[in-house]
Write a protein that binds this ligand. Structure first.
Ligand SMILES: *Cc1c(COP(=O)(O)O)cnc(C)c1O
Length: 398
């Protein structure tokens, strides 16, 4: 059962089983609360689900993106191509390493970068493509991979929203030189806070392990190093730092939850697919709504369920509808505001009119309540209320 206030339907709600609670408690009672065996097990299990040999667990998706760019040596003077229609972290990580984001507009159907515009944007300073599977839709990922190969630049795959998604059998996490997942509570699986870098490149993974662990030497393991719980020694490498590193480690407690949720991933994806189907069926024919279009060769892993108002609607009307839903205790949000219009990007010279498709889409999106255990009656109530809000707007227009 979803745990929330009676009568309220939240935008998202975690789904943690009693078995998972017991496994977290077991990790808590173990002698190793960090840098232990459960993190390694989680890394192996998650990497396998992403079609990769290497997993590096970190404390958030954002930290994972940061060290992925660092490990690829991206820095000042380099340009990274990315989408303006995403969660802000996918572009912030480019600023975090001192590189320059180069946005390209989206395909209005899939909401991911338009492949033709992406290829046209590649220039002499382009060091990488940071591709996002927005809302869990991996559309165009194979096209991006072909473009990247042609131009001999790497893809950094921000697959934070797409765990378990695939295009013609190729899974999210396996399209780039390096990929990053996130496990915030609204994602397909959660660790409370957390993330995972995945890759097939062992050296790159090793660099990420060093960067997440205070720049300790590459190849550092609990077996080869003297660590504080063993007293530490002057000859051990616990206090050897070969580069500027960070503390982006994941604890054993978070990993215990993540490992158990990974084992349940297929069930979770199926549950979310059912919720999406119910929404599609109920809202797909409404004349004022555009529901997500999913390409035939794509297997979604639904992250959120986002409808779009017809082009005649303004962002003010959209905001009023969101307010109306919330007044009825129904969670709703305007995923995503354009990244290039956030204040710290405007300071860099970005502004309205630069990515018109992204702006037009972004003005009219409404994210509806979406989580594993959202029931049919709740979906009915959400849709009924949304329909009511739409007819109210229509009445006001006359
Ligand atoms: C969730 C998410 C992230 C990472 O978020 P964290 O809160 O740092 O784990 C990054 N990019 C996208 C597109 C996301 O949706």
């Amino acid at each position: 059962m979803a745990k929330h206030t009676f009568g309220e339907i939240p935008l998202s709600s975690p789904d943690i089983t009693e078995h998972e609670e017991r496994l977290v408690l077991q990790a808590l009672r173990s002698p190793r609360l960090s840098i232990g065996p459960v993190v390694e097990q989680f890394e192996k299990a998650l990497a396998a689900r992403a079609g990769c040999t290497q997993g590096v667990a970190v404390n958030s998706g954002t930290s994972g993106l940061h060290i992925a760019l660092k490990a690829l040596n991206i820095g000042p003077g380099d340009e990274v191509i990315t989408t303006p229609f995403s969660f802000v972290a996918s572009a912030n990580c480019i600023l975090m390493v001192g590189a320059t984001p180069k946005f390209v507009d989206i395909d209005p159907r899939t909401l991911n970068m338009d492949p033709a515009k992406l290829e046209a944007a590649i220039g002499p300073r382009t060091k990488a493509i940071l591709a996002v599977e927005t809302f869990g839709n991996p559309a165009h990922m194979d096209a991006y991979a072909a473009i990247a190969a042609r131009h001999e630049i790497p893809i950094i795959e921000d697959c934070c929203e797409a765990l378990g998604a695939s295009v013609r059998g190729r899974v999210a996490g396996s399209f780039g030189r390096i990929g990053v997942f996130g496990f915030y509570p609204n994602k397909q699986i959660t660790t409370g806070e957390g993330g995972m870098v995945v890759t097939n490149d062992e050296r790159l993974a090793d660099m990420c392990r060093s960067l997440r662990n205070q720049g300790r030497p590459m190849g550092w393991t609990t077996q080869t190093a003297a660590e504080p719980s063993h007293g530490g020694t002057p000859t051990g490498s616990w206090l050897r730092h070969e580069r500027l590193g960070y503390n982006y480690r994941m604890s054993e407690l978070n990993a215990a939850l993540g490992l158990a949720q990974t084992h349940r991933l297929d069930e979770i994806i199926a549950k979310r697919q059912n919720v999406a189907n119910a929404y599609m069926q109920r809202l797909g024919t409404h004349r004022d709504l555009i529901v997500p279009t999913i390409d035939e060769d794509v297997n979604m892993s639904w992250f959120v369920f986002v409808v779009r108002l017809a082009p005649s609607y303004t962002s003010q009307e959209r905001d009023r509808i969101i307010k109306g839903l919330r007044a009825h205790d129904i969670g709703a949000s305007d995923y995503f505001p354009c990244i290039h219009l956030q204040p710290h990007f405007r300071e860099l010279g970005f502004g309205p009119g630069m990515f018109p498709i992204c702006e037009s889409v972004s003005n009219r999106t409404i994210a509806l309540p979406f989580f594993n255990n959202l029931g049919e009656r709740e979906i009915d109530l959400v849709c009924g209320t949304l329909e009511l809000m739409l007819s109210r707007e229509n009445l006001q227009r006359g």
